[in-house]
Design a binder for this molecule. Structure first.
Ligand code: FAD
Length: 485
């Protein structure tokens, strides 16, 4: 607390990846101070560097900020927008408004932690304290320890420990009123250029997503009233609406993970397998945040250092074919096109497409991670990096390197009637089920009957699957042997 602050001094609430009013520990603490509350959002592309919010996520951010601003307005407060390094912007605002203290949610991204330290130090110089609260995870990530005080590297015991920590605090409601001082000068949201202009690639986003806190609750409620019951099996079928699609709402904090947990537990009619599996996925998100918290280099370097020496290929043409959904492997192309259209891809297909990139194409996982970062509305540094490392076999708790997904059998298993492929790769719309996942294996008459001419209407596969699998295994084995020698 700024001891010199006068009785009328406001407190700042610095919103970050927690763009909501319900269950917001930083906002609640600010309101509990009894002072006027100044809500602020800082677009800090300076501190985030290579991990500045990506293109698709910027679209989401724009709409989420608009929604938050509106929710604040109806409660009597104005959201102030500023752009620049947080360590300069926040202390400047504190000076300008004579703020008594600053409350914010803790982020687990390494760049944000550095920015927090710098911001706290700069605030301290003007006698103001930065108080960080847990708004983005279920637990304090430092508090989850093995019996000997160590850090978990494996999901299952981590999840067991989380569950044993007992019931979470019930989520808190949004305040009816947020007493706000006369707001200082603010940037205009439109002036930040977060939305695409030419070309406008966000048409599919607009058709798919409703952004903001109220929409987040609607999306969760819709899922909990239906799909959660068969989620344990339905979550693997990309052609069906079997998952919640709450990931962007969770990333941007329109929903807190605690709210998702509580609402799910309360809404489930029977404590079936679907609910259990859904909750375990929420803990996968927590585990990814935990891994990043304890391994800040995770987005750049393999958690198993030997894998830094894997002899990956450098092939811009293959990378571009993958990005554009033009690999000639239907399930991979369907996923990459869904990603481009919606800013989201089904988890099963994320795994297949990612595996194809790092194994069959033998391209670096960091290249895939970077593309996902730019194209996902739910792009999350922790979940993205942990998932890519898991697929590439270089994470601590990864699938073994010799597990190479076969995209054809994966497609046949999880998209048996080809509904997903047909939805996203219309060129194959008339292919019979039997060949829709491997059109190159179809007789010429079948291809002609379906209007498919490989190499003209749809690409020939850019990789020979058995050969590419062998190439990956050879490269990975060499790396593992070298490490063991
Ligand atoms: C290569 C790759 C990259 C990924 N990148 C991201 C990313 O940037 N951001 C992101 O949120 N998720 C990422 N995931 C995880 C997962 O694919 C998405 O969370 C999920 O598809 C979101 O859809 P949903 O909300 O319908 O999930 P649901 O199946 O309904 O799951 C509910 C929630 O649990 C969490 N969750 C589910 N699966 C995972 C997982 N494997 N790891 C961590 N959390 C999980 C998410 O918050 C999700 O919203 C990635 C997965 C892969 C294989």
């Amino acid at each position: 607390m700024n001891k010199g602050a006068d009785a009328g001094a406001p407190v700042i609430v610095w919103f970050r990846q927690d763009l909501r009013l319900q269950d917001h520990a930083a906002l609640n603490a600010a309101l509990a101070s009894g002072r006027a509350v100044l809500p602020v959002y800082v677009l800090d592309d300076d501190s985030s560097g290579a991990w500045a919010v990506g293109g698709a996520a910027r679209w989401w951010l724009h709409h989420s900020l608009a929604s938050l601003a509106e929710n604040l307005t109806t409660r009597g407060a104005t959201l102030t927008l500023r752009r620049g390094p947080a360590a300069e912007v926040i202390p400047a605002l504190a000076r300008e408004t004579g703020a008594a203290e600053v409350h914010a949610g803790r982020m687990h991204e390494p760049w944000a932690r550095q920015a927090d330290d710098a911001t706290a130090a700069a605030l301290q110089r003007v006698g103001v304290e930065l108080r960080l609260h847990r708004t983005a995870t279920l637990f304090d990530l430092d508090s989850i320890r093995t019996k000997t005080g160590g850090i978990y590297g494996v999901y299952t015991p981590f999840a067991r420990t989380c569950r044993a920590l007992g019931p979470l605090h019930p989520p808190t409601p949004a305040p009816d009123h947020v007493p706000c001082p006369a707001p200082p000068q603010s940037d205009r949201l439109e002036g930040w250029g977060l939305l695409p202009t030419h070309p406008d690639w966000a048409g599919g986003f607009r058709e798919t997503w409703q952004v903001g806190e109220a929409a987040a609750h609607d999306r969760l409620a819709g899922f909990l009233s239906k799909a959660v019951h068969g989620y344990d099996t339905g979550r693997n079928l990309p052609g069906q609406p079997g998952t919640s699609m709450v990931s962007p709402h969770l990333h941007w904090g329109e929903l807190s993970p605690g709210q998702v947990w509580h609402t799910a537990e309360q809404a489930a009619q029977e404590t079936g397998k679907g609910l259990e599996v859904f909750l375990s996925e929420i803990l996968w998100r927590e585990f990814a945040a935990y891994l990043l918290w304890h391994n800040p280099h995770m987005p750049e370097q393999p958690l198993r250092p030997d894998f830094a020496r894997l002899a990956v290929r450098d092939d811009a043409g293959d990378l571009q074919a993958w990005q554009r959904g033009q690999t000639g492997i239907p399930i991979v192309d369907a996923g990459m096109r869904q990603l481009w259209q919606l800013g989201w891809m089904h988890n099963r297909v994320r795994m297949i497409a990612a595996s194809f990139l790092v194994k069959q194409l033998l391209l670096p996982w960091q290249a895939g991670q970077a593309y996902f970062w730019d194209t996902l509305v739910d792009a999350d540094l922790a979940s993205n990096a942990a998932s890519w490392q898991w697929i590439a076999g270089c994470g601590i708790d990864s699938q073994p390197f010799f597990r190479v997904f076969n995209p054809v059998s994966q497609g046949e298993k999880f998209d048996p009637d080809g509904a997903y492929v047909r939805a996203w790769v219309p060129e194959l719309g008339r292919m019979p089920d039997k060949f829709v996942h491997a059109p190159w294996s179809a007789p010429q008459t079948v291809l002609a009957g379906a209007g498919v001419e490989l190499g003209r209407t749809y690409p020939n596969p850019i990789a020979d699957l058995p050969q590419a699998r062998q190439r990956a295994l050879d490269a990975y084995r060499t790396t593992v042997r070298r490490a063991a020698a």
